[in-house]
Design a protein around this ligand. Structure first.
Ligand SMILES: [Zn+2]
Ligand SMILES: [Zn+2]
Ligand SMILES: [Zn+2]
Length: 441
């Protein structure tokens, strides 16, 4: 820390750190950017990291995972919020008229893989977990009943009544197959909606488009479920109104049907998976119970979370040997163990369960959207980078060139990641961010 503070290039280092926005694990880049006059070939300007502190440029890691880098995850969360919101009320290039299109908020859940401890409330009262008068005793001697009224922070929540009866394999296979199940759901939804409307898929496309944005959320039992915004547009997407016959009720009927009928198979094990029975479909309105802000905030929040909320890890697991040493609860350990065992089977290689064991088998994207939903994260990032470029020009760091007369040749290489302990403390002070947990340091 003292070295850094006393170094002559401290000011430049501090401005690099400020530019990363408090990133906890910035990427180090080494390289140069040359600007040539396209007509004469003359070198107009050269930027090189050779003159930068430590000979590198630090750029944000851009992770979406709050547990790894709160600052970058916050950027991702804010972008996701804007993206979802634009699809509901307009903005960022989406017309405001989109708010009049029928739009539903849908939650698709995972099925049961065994009874788990739950907290249920009714009229503000917590109900007993699994109260059964003549409960069966399982083959492992466990009475399948729990009369506890669990508190919200009870660590047993989401854990099986009998771990030996719990279908750990089914649980991780469902996570692994769930992106395919979602894909089939969207297909079935389009087909069903066309059928209800008396159209073929092709003629439906000429009149209406179904757009969606979704996010995956881990439940405490270690299974993913999906929250999605599903919207009806005219044939040109959000800029065109849907036909009058394309109503929210018809869309809800089609969702109900599609969610019930789709299945996805893990053929080598002859297992078939479908959505759980709990299906929630709600209308998104500007002034009703479920507002567009609530939906956008909800989806954005889950986009930065991962399986760490079930008490497992957010990094890849290298081998089974590591497993016993990990600071995780037995339920998570058994889920990871199921991934490692099934992942070793050649027939299941394409599920890549070992690589995704730390995600309990789920390897899908956390938030995805159809092409026409709204703007893209890339467009939001490009707008921000353009803004930063403009700042660099006005502060004299980049000369102002006419775009079409200048040839830009950039060469970058990866030179590492992270901050030293001393740099972390200084960076936290400079950017007003929190230091990582002690084991990160
Ligand atoms: Zn970061
Ligand atoms: Zn219980
Ligand atoms: Zn049992």
């Amino acid at each position: 820390m003292i070295d850094r503070l006393n170094h002559p290039d401290y000011d430049r280092w501090a401005s690099q750190i400020r530019a990363t926005g408090g990133c906890r694990q910035p990427i180090h880049l080494r390289g140069k950017v040359d600007h040539y006059d396209q007509a004469t070939g003359q070198l107009l300007h050269r930027y090189t990291t050779r003159t930068e502190p430590d000979g590198i440029l630090r750029v944000p890691c851009k992770t979406r995972r709050a547990s790894r880098c709160p600052a970058c995850a916050e950027t991702y969360r804010a972008d996701t919020y804007q993206l979802i919101r634009a699809g509901l009320v307009g903005g960022k290039g989406v017309p405001e008229t989109v708010s009049a299109h029928p739009c539903l908020f849908v939650t698709l859940t995972a099925p049961s893989f065994g009874a788990v401890h739950v907290r249920r409330e009714k009229n503000g009262k917590v109900l007993p977990c699994h109260a059964r008068r003549n409960a069966d005793t399982c083959p492992h001697g466990q009475v399948m009943s729990c009369t506890a009224r669990h508190s919200a922070d009870d660590s047993r929540l989401g854990e099986p009544l009998c771990p030996d009866c719990y279908d750990y394999e089914g649980s991780v296979l469902f996570n692994a197959i769930s992106p395919e199940l979602w894909r089939r759901f969207t297909e079935a939804l389009r087909r069903r909606f066309a059928k209800l409307s008396g159209l073929t898929l092709k003629t439906l496309r000429e009149q209406a488009v179904i757009s969606f944005a979704k996010v995956a959320e881990y439940q405490r039992r270690g299974l993913v479920h999906f929250h999605g915004v599903i919207r009806l547009d005219g044939p040109d997407g959000p800029t065109s109104p849907p036909p009058a016959w394309a109503t929210a009720d018809a869309l809800a009927d089609a969702i109900q049907h599609a969610a019930t009928v789709v299945t996805a198979e893990v053929k080598p094990l002859a297992r078939t998976f479908r959505w759980g029975e709990q299906l929630d479909i709600r209308r998104i309105t500007l002034d009703g119970e479920l507002t567009e802000q609530a939906v956008a905030a909800y989806i954005a929040k889950y986009a930065t979370k991962a399986a760490e909320c079930v008490g497992t890890l957010d990094r890849r697991i290298q081998s089974l040997d590591d497993l016993d040493a990990l600071p995780i609860r037995p339920h998570a350990r058994r889920l990871i163990d199921a991934c490692m065992r099934l992942g070793a089977l050649e027939d299941l290689a394409d599920l890549r369960l070992i690589q995704w064991a730390h995600m309990l088998g789920f390897r899908g994207h956390f938030s995805t959207k159809s092409r026409r939903y709204s703007t893209t994260l890339g467009a939001l990032r490009a707008a921000r980078e353009e803004h930063m470029r403009a700042e660099n020009i006005t502060t004299g760091r980049l000369p102002l060139f006419k775009e079409d007369t200048v040839l830009v040749i950039a060469h970058w290489e990866y030179a590492g990641q992270g901050l030293t302990l001393g740099d972390q403390i200084l960076a936290a002070a400079l950017t007003g961010t929190q230091l990582g947990a002690p084991n990160d340091l």
